[in-house]
Design a protein around this ligand. Structure first.
Ligand SMILES: [Zn+2]
Length: 238
């Protein structure tokens, strides 16, 4: 076989090896796992943020209710003092103060109940938040492990790629620019297999027998010869 063709076949093999590594890197199962875990991480972070906001709102509301409660209680004390002070002269005024006292007491009861409910709710929220934090930690721990694994694999493959690339450059130096240009031009159409060997008059690309004239050109080494069926660049096998 012509030395140039031999070198081009080597270039082609190296390109195929690199394409395979490229594909493997894209299809790594750990990549999908990492993406899924990242989504889960985001989801939990969203839930956590929502819960934390609800907790903050609940605390704010609780503070306001406590102030209202203090206010109601101190007003009630004032009313009670008034009741027992002997200042009230008319039954009408007495009834008014008593009614005011009663409504303040009712108000205080309502406030206490709401404060208790908020406390219960806050406890539930806090427990939920704690659980979510635990889940988040777990997911992030898992993610870290997979990322490390991914990084190691990718690093190894990238190193391999660089080595293959170096070999390709060396092999390519023995191929004429015009032959290399033909190869590059046909790569996509031939899905990487541009150059094929001919054995016993049969094209190694499509397995169809070649015409005598093609075989003759090939044997004489008359420039680039392409398969009449699949269009690939032909070379005679040793
Ligand atoms: Zn063919």
């Amino acid at each position: 076989m012509d030395a140039q063709m031999k070198a081009l076949l080597e270039v082609q093999q190296l390109d195929m090896d690199m394409a395979k590594i490229d594909e493997m890197m894209r299809d790594l199962p750990v990549r999908r796992l990492i993406l899924a875990l990242r989504m889960r991480e985001k989801e939990i972070q969203g839930l956590l943020a929502k819960n934390e906001e609800r907790l903050r709102n609940s605390e704010q509301r609780s503070r306001r209710l406590h102030l209202d409660l203090d206010e109601s209680r101190s007003q009630m004390e004032l009313m009670k003092k008034k009741l027992y002070s002997g200042e009230i002269k008319s039954p009408k005024e007495l009834a008014q103060v008593e009614s005011r006292c009663e409504s303040l007491r009712q108000r205080a009861n309502d406030l206490e109940e709401e404060i208790l409910n908020l406390m219960l709710q806050a406890e539930e929220l806090a427990a939920e938040t704690k659980e979510q934090r635990g889940q988040l930690e777990e997911v992030q721990g898992e993610l870290e492990g997979h990322l490390l694994e991914y990084e190691r694999t990718v690093k190894r493959w990238r190193r391999e790629m660089r080595e293959l690339q170096k070999l390709r450059e060396e092999a390519q130096a023995s191929v004429s620019p015009s032959l290399l240009a033909t190869y590059e031009r046909m790569r996509t159409r031939c899905q990487g297999r541009v150059v094929v060997e001919v054995r016993n008059g049969i094209c190694g690309g499509c397995r169809v027998g070649l015409s005598p004239s093609h075989l003759g050109k090939l044997r004489k080494g008359e420039g680039e010869v392409f398969c009449e069926h699949c269009g690939r660049l032909l070379c005679l096998a040793d």
